[in-house]
Design a binder for this molecule. Structure first.
Ligand code: MSP
Length: 545
């Protein structure tokens, strides 16, 4: 094996459990839009949560730059491919930084740290006979840069299933990867590891296609004599006339970035977060390449669905993308956390597409944030100011008391959030965390401390009620901080509690932060500004042009 990392050299020590999450690397011929931001946001939220739980996290995103379209677009713009790639990779970096994403690295496939390793991997495959020179004839989908089989091409009327553009019959002398050789092992792996392809519907889709049997796939470009495009790409080792097919080059990013002495321990990835459009490459071709290299397989490939707009696919031709200008306008009006919340809770995490709608945004913002956690927190803080001079009142003595539902609710919420996050069920995790703040509201309505406080003889009881409320709000804030880092940081700060660091981690692991009873009587609880001012749906949509 020609891997860069030599396992005989001493391994960098880390005592913490590692966690590696990736996003697709995005084509640099497009500008970033909500779809790219969404996948990266999911990874960011998982990464923040795992860091807060005390895991040693590596979160990778980046750009995929050796596509034919980059070379042709650059030519149209009168630029060299790398100039064009530099410009657009910069836009992705800028967008992700603005949204506060905490990626530990940003790989560009034009960097030599990646190219050198891809060359090595492919050379190993050639030497082993897993890659060979042959001839290929198939239906080329130029818009997606992939070949389709005769059956699939016919099924779609010889049009791209993704963009609807005409397919072209193409014959090339090419290098092939012996994909067919790994079919049985892959099938076994999928069946023995039910969590490998998620969600279930996507797994069944892959299993269905696998029934047709696997054919070897081309892994090089250039045999058709398209020297221009082939020149923009990583050379095929030992054959200057070919370059490595952009998809093979791109998939290797997940490994190349951690194939160093310091980072080797992160492999295999815990989860590759992608969308359904690129499932086949990730659930079939990538694992087979890894098997051929003798590498461990990622633990999970999670393929979400698409954001759509008013029931239609977002596309260049319709010009209906939620672009960065719109995203910036939402963040400017409601705060980045509010947009994160909407995307995370209403997004296409399962097997169905999700419609991006301003009306829905306002509804969810008001229900979950303004009237949800925001209102619960301000009710509790205001009462602590009104009745206890802004000091945390003393708790009752017995936290297992049946009349005290909140300690148990908080324990359950922490448990459910963790369990859901472990299953990539971000929506489930956030609804469990928000459920705790809703329980605070219900508890206040049931126990009516505002009425009890009218009689000074009840003040001890009022204090007990408010202690449970503020302690629950504290725990809910910790649990929600991966999704709402800025606002939950403010709220925790108001309670004099540790706030999340820029990467989402806390000074202490979440388990101990979520233990009941960290707030002490007498702790100052300060009044902040309203966390989430109510949104008015009558206002025009942010960024509307
Ligand atoms: N470069 C390849 C991926 C290589 S990964 C080794 C590619 N790039 S892409 O720029 O087209 O990005 C595709 C990914 O962007 C999707 O898989 C998804 O993660 C995200 N999205 C793009 N449009 C999207 C929506 N409309 N909705 C949700 N996510 C989508 O394919």
């Amino acid at each position: 094996m020609a891997l860069a990392y030599n396992p005989l050299m001493s391994e960098p020590s880390t005592t913490r459990d590692r966690f590696y999450v990736t996003t697709p690397i995005y084509y640099v011929n497009d500008r970033p839009h909500v779809g790219h931001c969404y996948s990266t946001l999911l990874a960011d939220t998982v990464a923040r949560f795992m860091r807060a739980s005390g895991r040693d996290v590596f979160f990778l995103t980046g750009t995929d730059e050796h596509s034919e379209r980059v070379a042709s677009r650059a030519a149209e713009e009168g630029m060299t491919p790398i100039q064009w790639a530099d410009r657009n990779a910069g836009l992705f970096k800028e967008a992700f930084a603005k949204l506060g994403f905490t990626n530990d690295d940003f790989i560009r496939t034009t960097e030599s740290r990646h190219k050198d390793l891809v060359t090595r991997y492919v050379r190993t495959l050639l030497e082993q006979g897993d890659v060979y020179l042959g001839e290929y004839s198939g239906w080329w989908d130029h818009s997606q840069e992939e070949y389709l089989t005769e059956t699939v091409a016919r099924e779609h009327g010889f049009k791209s299933p993704v963009t609807g553009k005409d397919l072209v019959k193409r014959t090339e002398k090419n290098y092939f990867f012996r994909l067919a050789r790994y079919q049985d092992r892959l099938l076994r792996h999928i069946n023995e590891n039910p969590g490998f392809i998620r969600p279930e519907a996507r797994k069944n889709e892959v299993l269905g296609r696998l029934r047709d049997g696997l054919q070897d796939v081309p892994v090089s470009r250039g045999g058709a004599g398209d020297g221009g495009a082939a020149a923009w790409g990583i050379r095929m080792p030992g054959d200057e006339g070919h370059s490595i097919y952009v998809w093979i080059d791109a998939l290797f990013n997940y490994l190349s970035v951690v194939d160093t002495r310091e980072r080797r321990g992160y492999w295999p990835a815990d989860v590759h977060l992608i969308a359904k459009d690129i499932l086949w490459f990730h659930a079939v071709i990538w694992p087979c390449l890894l098997m051929a290299l003798g590498e461990a397989l990622p633990k999970c490939v999670y393929a979400h669905s698409f954001w759509i707009r008013e029931g239609r696919k977002m596309s260049k031709s319709l010009g209906n993308f939620i672009d960065m200008e719109t995203i910036d306008a939402y963040c400017a009006r409601y705060g980045t956390d509010a947009l994160r919340w909407y995307l995370l809770t209403q997004g296409p995490m399962g097997a169905t597409d999700a419609d991006f709608s301003y009306a829905k945004f306002v509804e969810v913002y008001n229900a979950d944030l303004a009237n949800g956690i925001g209102n619960a927190a301000s009710r509790v803080v205001n009462m602590i100011h009104k009745y206890f001079e802004g000091k945390c009142p003393p708790p009752p003595s017995d936290s297992d008391d049946n009349a005290r539902p909140l300690p148990g609710r908080a324990r359950d919420a922490a448990f459910r959030v963790s369990a859901c996050m472990g299953e990539n069920d971000i929506g489930g995790a956030l609804s469990a965390a928000l459920g705790l703040s809703n329980a605070v509201d219900v508890f206040i309505n049931d126990t009516t401390p505002f009425k009890l406080a009218k009689d000074p003889a009840n003040m001890e009881r009022v204090g007990h009620i408010l202690y449970d409320c503020v302690e629950s709000i504290r725990i809910a804030s910790v649990l929600l901080s991966c999704a709402l880092p800025e606002k939950m940081g403010m709220l925790l700060g108001m309670m004099g509690q540790p706030v999340p660091m820029d990467d989402g981690s806390f000074e202490e692991p979440m388990d101990s932060l979520c233990a009941w009873g960290r707030l002490n009587p007498g702790d100052a609880i300060t009044m902040g500004e309203g966390l989430f001012p109510r949104a008015d749906g009558a206002d025009p949509e942010p960024g509307a042009r």
